[in-house]
Design a protein around this ligand. Structure first.
Ligand code: FES
Length: 177
């Protein structure tokens, strides 16, 4: 059943319908997947914010609102979590974001080598942004395209069967822009 459908429980209580995704950006599907996996339960707040952070590189007002609304937690609580944990950042990431999927299927297909190569090329660790603010390197845990492993997202665009060479070429293009 589509998640937008409104069904009834116990005969007359409408079931909560999650809000629409904020944009077409595929990363929102990843975020939504985390919430759906948890049945849009409130206890998924931290895990979902983690997914936003690893997918986008940071949390902004729109994403915090979207998650709070989807999980039906007070906005203040969502902000409380986002500002309490040092892991979360409210600052924008680099101009470009390379997100490498480190889920099981991608790991088996060599995601760890992609990560190592990207870290070496950029001189930063995963979760960081280059000093010039150009490129952020992020990790994700399964972006739902396992059959195309290893998968990376280049500014949100899913690239399957990513090779080390392709990835380094992409980084090069971003660097010389
Ligand atoms: S494990 Fe990478 S897309 Fe599923």
């Amino acid at each position: 059943m589509p998640e937008s459908d409104c069904t009834v429980q116990g005969g007359n209580v409408p079931v909560f319908t999650p809000p629409p995704l904020p944009s077409e950006d595929k990363r929102w599907k990843i975020v939504n997947g985390t919430m759906r996996k948890n049945g849009f339960a409130r206890h998924a707040l931290i895990e979902t914010l983690h997914t936003v952070q690893s997918s986008f590189g940071y949390l902004d007002d729109d994403s915090i609102r979207f998650v709070a609304q989807s999980l039906r937690v007070p906005l203040s609580q969502a902000y409380g979590v986002a500002t309490f944990y040092h892991y979360f950042t409210l600052k924008p990431p680099g101009k470009h974001t390379l997100t490498i999927c480190a889920g099981t299927a991608c790991y088996i297909k060599g995601a760890d080598k992609l990560i190592a190569a990207a870290e070496k090329r950029l001189g930063i660790a995963q979760g960081q942004t280059t000093k010039d603010g150009e490129i952020s390197l992020m990790m994700a845990r399964c972006v739902g395209a396992c059959s195309r492993a290893p998968v990376a997202l280049c500014d949100g665009e899913v690239v399957g069967e990513m090779t080390r060479e392709q990835m380094l070429e992409q980084l090069e293009r971003w660097t010389v822009e």
